[in-house]
Design a protein around this ligand. Sequence first.
Ligand SMILES: Nc1ncnc2c1ncn2[C@@H]1O[C@H](COP(=O)(O)OP(=O)(O)OP(=O)(O)O)[C@@H](O)[C@H]1O
Length: 221
Amino acid sequence: MLQLDEVSKSFDVWPVLDRVSVRLEPGQIHILRAPNGSGKTTLLKVMAGLLRPTSGRVLWRGRPLTARDRRHLGVVLEQPLVYPDLTGWENLALFAALYGIRPVRPRVLRALEEAGLAAARDVRVRAYSKGMRQRLAVARALLHRPCVLLLDEPFDGLDADGQAWAARAVAAAAADGSSVWLVTHHADDPLPADARWTLHRGRLLPAAAVTPRSPQERRTR
Ligand SMILES: Nc1ncnc2c1ncn2[C@@H]1O[C@H](COP(=O)(O)OP(=O)(O)OP(=O)(O)O)[C@@H](O)[C@H]1O
């Protein structure tokens, strides 16, 4: 599905990403854990088509990823992609309209309820707490049931209930066939991983002690 082929990215002279190749298959959960400043966000933005690689290719279903293909991606960045002047409801309804989701109302209502934001749906997001904004950002990324989820610290700022909800929702998306790329600082895996990675001097390397899930643990579409 989504594939990086020998991708390098430099901002100055030194490459932040150095010939990174990886392939995200349907239903797989990949977890990336690496030190601050090692290039995790840069890699995720390249995967999402938000940063252009210096060299190498980002492929969607075997062809170079286009702006149009980005509708298949659900992205959570460190800075939540939500509009502070709109309410929670308006934020999700806007994204639902942009992604051609029909009917908008039941899907958005359900997403807000599942995220624990039903009571705050008519409140402007600038009045949300950090955790509420993060819940909205995760709900937004999942709303159009994307084929690929690219998640930068999606559980940050979430309370125990919020973390459990987000982990359940992402696991359900993977069980339904979405590929998941999850960046985390947490020592414990928030989800059962198919692959664990780290970044060292720009190279994407398998993390030690990789224990893939058994086929029985995984359901595919
Ligand atoms: N737009 C930019 N211009 C110049 N340098 C950049 C830019 N974005 C990132 N970098 C540099 O690239 C390197 C990797 O940054 P990146 O944000 O990808 O790391 P990270 O692993 O996500 O870090 P953290 O764990 O702190 O979020 C850093 O040295 C950073 O200074």
